[in-house]
Design a protein around this ligand. Structure first.
Ligand SMILES: [Zn+2]
Length: 246
């Protein structure tokens, strides 16, 4: 199901070229960012879901969308090679350490991804941190088959019926949470209700600003929700009906 923006803005989708148009927000002195899609950080972790998402990322040349993810200080480094490819790179340190940025796109959503490499000289500390945007909808025709709470990567995922894994569609300023009583769990409870009530077809970002379904919310705010787990659409329907996950 496509995303509809409440204002006078008509987004289009071209399945042969990628995904929804990306809407930039530009503020003088601060710089460009996303107007709709929420920004996300995927830390290196032992999460199999994060690993699955990272594996499919496709290297590409830097473009304007990557610049929105890193800001003006780091933007010039998007064009530097990694120390592994060139020990004399401007982002290399003493021909062994590295603070480079590498650029990718997610072939399932066409959204930009940048990976920041941090390696100390000698390699005692080395990690990669990925920055991207959440999609605003699943690709056309995709229906939710699984909703995943991933406590290792501190992320919420959706698996579509094609088998592809997506970051749960999310609007800028409307993040999700579990295990406490606050704005994040309210938004997630409303999102689960929207998914269930559309039989898994409406996984678009953004929910009406009203009180969530209390059965879903009481589970989302509880400790039972605050651990890695996969919920099928049928389990989400039972949660909606009873307040419990079978
Ligand atoms: Zn590097």
């Amino acid at each position: 199901m496509p995303y509809h923006h409440e204002d006078d803005l008509h987004l289009t989708y071209n399945p042969s070229r990628g995904y929804w148009n990306f809407v930039l927000y530009i503020e003088p002195h601060i710089g460009p960012g996303s107007a709709i899609n929420a920004s996300e950080i995927i830390e290196e972790s032992t999460s199999p879901y994060a690993a699955e998402w990272i594996r499919r990322l496709t290297p590409c040349d830097p473009n304007a969308l990557h610049v929105t993810l890193v800001g003006k200080e780091d933007a010039p480094r998007l064009w530097d090679p990694c120390v592994y490819d060139n020990p004399d790179s401007p982002s290399a340190i003493a021909e062994d350490g590295c603070v480079c940025w590498q650029t990718f796109h997610d072939p399932a959503t066409w959204l930009p991804v940048v990976a920041h490499h941090y390696r100390t000289v000698g390699g005692n500390i080395e990690n990669w941190r990925r920055y991207t945007y959440a999609p605003i909808a699943l690709p056309d025709g995709e229906r939710l088959s699984e909703f995943i709470i991933d406590s290792k990567a501190r992320q919420f995922w959706v698996r579509g019926d094609s088998g592809n894994l997506y970051i749960l569609p999310q609007k800028e300023g409307a993040g999700y949470g579990v295990g406490y009583s606050g704005g994040g769990p309210h938004e997630l409870a409303r999102m689960i209700a929207k998914i269930v009530e559309s039989d898994g077809h409406d996984v678009t970002a953004g929910t009406p600003n009203d009180m969530p379904n209390q059965k879903i919310f009481s589970w989302v705010r509880s400790k039972a929700a605050d651990r890695t787990q996969r919920l099928t659409l049928e389990q989400l329907k039972t949660l909606h009906r009873t307040g419990f996950v079978p």
